[in-house]
Design a protein around this ligand. Structure first.
Ligand code: ADA
Length: 571
């Protein structure tokens, strides 16, 4: 959300830094710590830098803020990983335990203008402290202030704009939207506001509107509406300006939106009333030089490659996405599945009350932060949890109902690894299957590639046989490893040739099946994963199933996928 009336100060840049290692936090008082002997660039993962590569422990970040006396201010963090505590002038204000979930902290009043902000970050796996981060996830989990930090100096009034949710209605094509304005502060029954659409210099006249709790609901008609789709990613914008009763501006917020409608019905996906087949990749936000804090240019380059490959879709595996990436997807026309952090959670995790609370908090913050992106069509959660078991049910139900209550306009899904035994399909709009026939479990098989088509057919048939014929089915993961540059006459596992033939067969088998609403390959580019003993199945400690290597150098599969996806795109 863009604000023109309030001061928004970007806090990115060099901060004071100290890495303390695996200290005992129970007896540690950051306010008495003074030896910040280093600097670090924010945002970054400290352990993606050579100085702290592979290290786990506590790190302290310090910077200074200037907030005029009596001025209300908010600190906005895009992502701090894995576990963090926020202190201002030595006072603990906030704790967060999901490394990818954005959060906001209110700066408490003070008689001093100069304030000291300390961010304590810990990247150790600790189930009691941060149960959302488990050491067996198949991607490296870093520490640090991973995404942007900003300071919002709020207007000198008792209320302000917290958030705006602009949702196209069923009449999206004629420009009809519902806008909900979420207000912060003290509200008394009504507020006065005006609206500006598409950067119009002239805004509507200010008028009084009733509030319900801290929200205002408005119906909006966009003049000269243009619909949004991957081929025509037209964006509109809505700016809401809060005024006083005389019409003087107090605070504002502007959001972009796309007029489009996503639906799941009759066993298919529909975008703006047209049948939609997804062609895409799972993508980790990762580059070897910067870990999970990638540059906007890298994001752009990745989207350029995805488009070149003929994709219309990306699954943001396995955590909330950077807003810069979603902005680019909105502008360049790539559909997105955004999901809450999760990877193979088991019974003990589902039994943790802290996990439940943290998961819900992260889920809410993801939806509230991304709900205006037309690119996002699916909310996902808890990748490959043990969803064939009853113990997942309460959290799955709560997750789905929370998403639907906050945003009924998008589809909900989770990627399952237990295709034939899953007990949670009834909850979701889209059935999404992660399958690796011809890769995992192919020991002793003469022609592993021959396993792919029959397996996919069995999966699709199973859904109809089980009564899910109304639900679209997508292959949310499928793939094989190839080590970049490894060409070998045997064309066996780990060669570029095997991977190219594998992905070709998987794409053909999926895209020619009438029940398939899309295929999302695992994965876009090679990325660092767990090390140590876990890495015995992960050469180089990387997940090497990228169609590109970590530097985005194409493997042989690139051309194979490109041919098929591009041909499918023009059908
Ligand atoms: C799973 C998982 C991915 C990745 C993949 C693999 O399906 O969801 O994150 O780990 O398997 O490479 O085995």
């Amino acid at each position: 959300m863009i604000h023109k009336l309030r001061d928004v100060i970007c806090l990115n840049g060099l901060w004071d830094f100290a890495f303390l290692g695996p200290i005992d936090l129970s007896s540690f008082a950051p306010e008495s710590f003074a030896t910040y002997s280093e600097k670090i660039l924010v945002p970054s993962a400290f352990d993606s830098l050579p100085a702290y590569a592979g290290k786990r422990g506590t790190a302290l970040y310090r910077t200074r803020l200037s907030v005029a006396q009596g001025r209300r201010a908010l600190l906005k963090f895009g992502a701090v990983s894995m576990w963090t505590r926020i202190y201002i002038d030595g006072v603990l204000l906030f704790e967060n335990a999901c490394g990818y979930a954005p959060f906001t902290v209110e700066v408490p009043p003070s008689t001093h203008e100069e304030r000291v902000l300390v961010v304590l970050v810990d990247n150790r796996f600790d189930f009691d402290r941060a149960p959302m981060h488990l050491d067996y996830f198949d991607f490296y989990q870093y520490g640090g202030i991973l995404r942007d930090v900003s300071l919002h100096l709020l207007p000198n009034e008792d209320f302000w704009i917290d958030n705006i949710q602009a949702t196209p209605t069923a009449e999206y094509a004629s420009g009809k939207c519902e806008v909900i304005v979420y207000l912060g502060g003290r509200i008394s029954g009504s507020v006065t506001l005006k609206l500006c659409i598409d950067e119009a210099r002239e805004c509507s006249n200010h008028h009084e509107v009733p509030t319900t709790g801290n929200t205002v609901r408005l119906e909006l008609q966009i003049p000269n509406p243009k619909t949004w789709s991957p081929n025509s990613p037209n964006l509109h914008s809505v700016r809401v300006v809060l005024t006083d009763t005389d019409g003087h501006d107090i605070d504002d917020g502007a959001v972009r939106l796309g007029l489009r409608r996503i639906e799941a019905r009759h066993g298919a996906l529909w975008l703006n009333g047209q049948k939609l087949i997804l062609r895409g990749y799972n993508r980790h936000e990762w580059h070897p030089n910067s870990g999970p804090s990638t540059s906007t240019l890298q994001m752009f380059a990745d989207i350029q490659l995805l488009k070149d490959l003929g994709c219309n879709f990306v699954r943001g595996s396995h955590y909330p996405q950077d807003q810069r990436f979603l902005d680019l997807c909105d502008e360049l026309g790539i559909l997105v599945w955004e999901e809450n952090l999760g990877w193979g959670q088991r019974e003990n995790t589902f039994g943790s009350e802290k996990f439940r609370t943290d998961h819900l908090r992260a889920l809410r913050s993801m939806v509230q932060t991304s709900w205006n992106h037309p690119a996002v069509i699916i909310w996902g959660f808890l990748n490959e949890a043990w969803s064939d078991q009853d113990f997942v049910r309460p959290i799955f139900e709560e997750t789905v109902s929370t998403i639907r209550a906050m945003d009924p306009s998008r589809l909900v899904s989770f990627a399952t690894m237990c295709v034939f035994k899953d007990k949670q399909y009834d909850l979701v709009d889209v059935i999404s299957i992660n399958v690796y026939p011809g890769w995992y479990g192919a020991e002793g098989v003469q022609e592993p590639l021959s396993l792919i088509r029959p397996h996919l057919e069995k999966c699709f048939n199973h859904m109809d046989a089980e009564g899910w014929s109304e639900k679209p089915v997508i292959v949310s993961e499928i793939g094989a490893e190839a080590l970049y540059g490894w060409r070998d006459p045997h064309n066996d596992f780990f060669t570029e040739e095997y991977q190219a033939r594998y992905l070709k067969e998987a794409c053909h088998a999926a895209l020619t099946h009438p029940r398939c609403s899309g295929i999302v390959l695992w994965h876009f580019s090679d990325a660092r994963t767990y090390g140590g003993g876990f890495a015995i199945v992960r050469p180089r400690t990387f997940n090497n199933k990228g169609t590109l290597d970590e530097y985005r150098r194409p493997k042989a599969a690139y051309q194979a996928v490109r041919d098929i996806f591009r041909r499918a795109a023009v059908k």
